[in-house]
Design a protein around this ligand. Structure first.
Ligand code: PEP
Length: 247
């Protein structure tokens, strides 16, 4: 089954999160055809999870969590805490966290390991900046990021992870929509080297960055692509459902 997910980033009140859950519940038939996941901000995880009836097949995620189980880390939350709030998946290493919050391949690897130890599915985000792409180094850059991000997971545990390829130049409102040809070599490398193309790889490799209803089908058709990770184009529940229908 294809994966379709969204992160709301730093958006949505509790009321908005509940309304989104209601919109999903109205289309549970459609959601059963994919692996759907929604990643609210930490403040809304519990309200969203609690509002979602248990027979609505949607995985709830967190956008980040610390690797330590507890302690003096003001402002942080642990993997166990997001699990307690209702998350079963955690996004790790998004390029905005790497750029604005100092995340490194080392902290990302610690978080991936901690997520699996807490029973969560880590969604490891990788992707090259524009300069690396321009220099023709994007494939090796992403391979290195994936290797480092997964480095603390024993081979037998790697199938518990998901990988999202999100080129930095394609993400967000300043991002440029990629062509399938631009992403294909990286998706193939990730599939064959770190994904379901290898017996010890992650369970799927998703593509993310400027996905919209107009390009979703052609991006999903890129070999090795197991799903889509969507930002802006899925922040309204009707739009998320449109993408699920396309998948
Ligand atoms: C993202 O930030 O992970 C993302 C996919 O954003 P967008 O779809 O808005 O480019």
């Amino acid at each position: 089954m294809i994966w379709i997910g969204t992160s709301w980033k730093m958006n949505k009140t509790l009321a908005e999160a509940r309304a989104y859950a209601d919109g999903l519940a109205a289309r549970r038939d459609l959601l059963a055809r994919v692996h759907a996941f929604v990643i609210p901000p930490h403040t809304a995880i519990a309200a969203f999870r609690e509002r979602l009836p248990y027979d609505v097949p949607v995985i709830v995620g967190a956008q980040n969590a610390h690797w330590a189980p507890a302690g003096a880390y003001t402002g942080e939350v642990s993997m166990g805490m997001v699990a307690d709030a209702g998350a079963t998946l955690v996004e790790i290493g998004h390029s905005e966290r790497r750029e604005y919050f100092g995340e490194t391949d080392e902290t990302v690897a610690l978080k991936v390991e901690a997520a699996v130890n807490a029973g969560l599915t880590p969604l490891l985000c990788v992707g090259e900046p524009a300069a690396e792409r321009a220099a023709g180094r994007h494939i090796s850059w992403v391979a290195e990021q994936a290797e480092r991000g997964l480095s603390l997971l024993p081979a037998a545990q790697r199938r518990k992870a998901l990988i999202a390829y999100e080129p930095v130049w394609a993400i967000g409102e300043h991002g440029r929509e990629p062509s399938p040809r631009e992403i294909a070599p990286v998706m193939e490398m990730l599939h064959a080297g770190f994904g379901p193309g290898t017996p010890t790889g992650a369970s799927a490799v998703l593509y993310g960055g400027s996905v919209n209803p107009g390009n979703a089908a052609s991006l999903l058709a890129v070999p090795g692509t197991g799903g889509l990770f969507v930002g802006r184009a899925a922040w309204q529940v009707e739009d998320f459902l449109k993408l699920v229908a396309i998948a």
